[in-house]
Design a protein around this ligand. Sequence first.
Ligand code: NAP
Length: 281
Amino acid sequence: MRLQIIGDPVLHSKSPVIQGAMLAALGLDVEYTPHVVRRGELPQYLTWARENGITGFNATMPHKEDLIPLLDETDPAARAMGAVNTVCLRDGKWVGFNTDGAGAVAALKDGLGLDPAGLTVTLLGAGGAAKAAAPALSQAGAERVFVCNRTLGRAEALCAQDPLGRLSPAGFDPGTLRRMAERSQLLVNCTNLGMAGCPHQFEDFSFLDALPDGAAVFDVIYHPARTQLLAQAEGRGLRTLNGLPMLVSQAVLALEHFLNRPLDRKAMAAVAAGALGEAAL
Ligand code: NAP
């Protein structure tokens, strides 16, 4: 068995550290390596991978969406999200999965003890992370998810894909964010704002003041571990969660797909989190 993560760029990815630690903890002598695949080179990669004993791979940008038409099968969650992050060779067929959304929901449960069922959520962004998290929150029973994005058309397109009709598009201006936040028990940031290397930051955090007491703020960004958004939320007495538990949970779920068997998720998450701590993000 040989596993990889493909993308461009990919050499900065933490997945080899996380997966390597979990594979070692399971006593499996399996290689998991990063592999640069440029946009447009996926067909050649799939042929090469099959010929070189690759039995599974994770995909990061820019391939998550482009892979779908090239695979033999995709599971319903990946189809609903229009993106895959995990691909396995099963009986000679490439089968795609998406563990990002389930990873986000698991992180909320494990990290905050928060079950999205029945909640109203304000979700910021409509890019890759939002496309995974928003439908997963809908499937997990969130009553309403307001998808607030700078480019409204992207939020509208994302919400139109939700078969449960629980996603509503909204704008990203301060007034709209405050109005949505007033009604929400959970706010999830899926934009790049606050990410290391992103030149932009939230211009105003007043939407945090509109959240009701006891609300939680989940920033899917994990680098830095404490974004300005989380610091501002903590300062207002709100419960907070960063993106590390989601990163870890999606990796554990991906490994279950690669090995095609259930794992002790808590134990694996602890191994992965420990390895990340040692690698010092
Ligand atoms: P993406 O596809 O490029 O989407 C970026 C989103 O940010 C878009 O909605 C974009 O809005 C918005 N945005 C960017 N600059 C903005 C600005 N100046 N003002 C307002 N909105 C702005 O990126 P992604 O793949 O979703 O990743 C987003 C973040 O999630 C990254 O920090 C990534 O590291 C993190 N992430 C974490 C995990 C995890 O496991 N924890 C998994 C995936 C991603 P427009 O549509 O208007 O451009």
